[in-house]
Design a protein around this ligand. Structure first.
Ligand code: GRF
Length: 209
């Protein structure tokens, strides 16, 4: 008999996909109980995340925005693909497009993002990848970190679920700092997802579903 996990997670990625993989691993090794990653949607065919999905045996759809009439239509279609597969929680994992309100409405309070800094510091439009770590080093911060939050209609904004601090070490470059933050992200994101899913289970049981 096949046991169907209670929670299906959908992931949106544009790049390397290491956080996507950390979520897949955490569902498969039981760290995130009763859940599976059911679909990866990637907006860039060349993204490393696409190869990872293939290696991991996770269904992946490459959906570039260009052929769609507008952003709302594009994000409605993405939401359709997730809902068709029973996804109830969406995780942005290095997804560089702003999620349109059309999709926020379809997953209210159920879209998470991970950001490589201690939000609200070093977030917002244009603050991604190397630029974040460059800004942290320029400001001579002693510590940085990563944040998992629920998204709203502003870049890198919405209620924080979890944050973790990462030290900035003397002689750090954007690359060394990025690597230290990335390692921490792979622990923080699964932990945050686990907590959110526990909260959602509690709510649905409370509602008698
Ligand atoms: C991570 O640093 C994440 O915080 C940010 O984009 C990066 C994605 O890395 N949103 P990866 O593609 O998961 O390796």
């Amino acid at each position: 008999m096949t046991v169907v996990p209670k929670h299906r997670i959908g992931v949106l990625a544009s790049g390397r996909g290491s956080n996507f993989e950390s979520l897949v691993t955490a569902t498969r090794n039981g760290f995130i109980p009763d859940a599976e990653v059911g679909l990866l949607v990637c907006n860039r065919p060349a993204a490393g995340a696409v190869q990872r999905a293939e290696r991991l045996g996770v269904e992946c759809l490459v959906m570039e925005p260009l052929p769609f009439a507008d952003e709302a239509v594009y994000f409605e279609r993405i939401a359709d693909e997730f809902q068709r597969r029973g996804v109830t929680l969406v995780c942005l994992a290095g997804f560089l497009l702003k999620v349109h309100a059309a999709m926020l409405r379809r997953f209210p309070g159920r879209i998470l993002n991970i950001h490589p800094a201690l939000l609200p510091k070093y977030g917002g439009r244009g603050m991604y990848g190397r630029r974040v770590h460059e800004a942290v080093l320029r400001a001579e911060e002693k510590e940085t970190g990563c944040t998992v939050h629920l998204i709203d209609d502003e870049y890198d904004h919405g209620p924080t679920v979890l944050q973790a601090v990462v030290p900035v070490r003397p002689g750090d470059t954007p690359e060394t700092l990025a690597a230290r933050v990335s390692e921490k992200e792979h622990v923080l994101y699964p932990e945050a997802v686990k907590r959110v899913l526990l909260g959602l289970s509690g709510k649905s049981e409370g509602a008698g579903k």
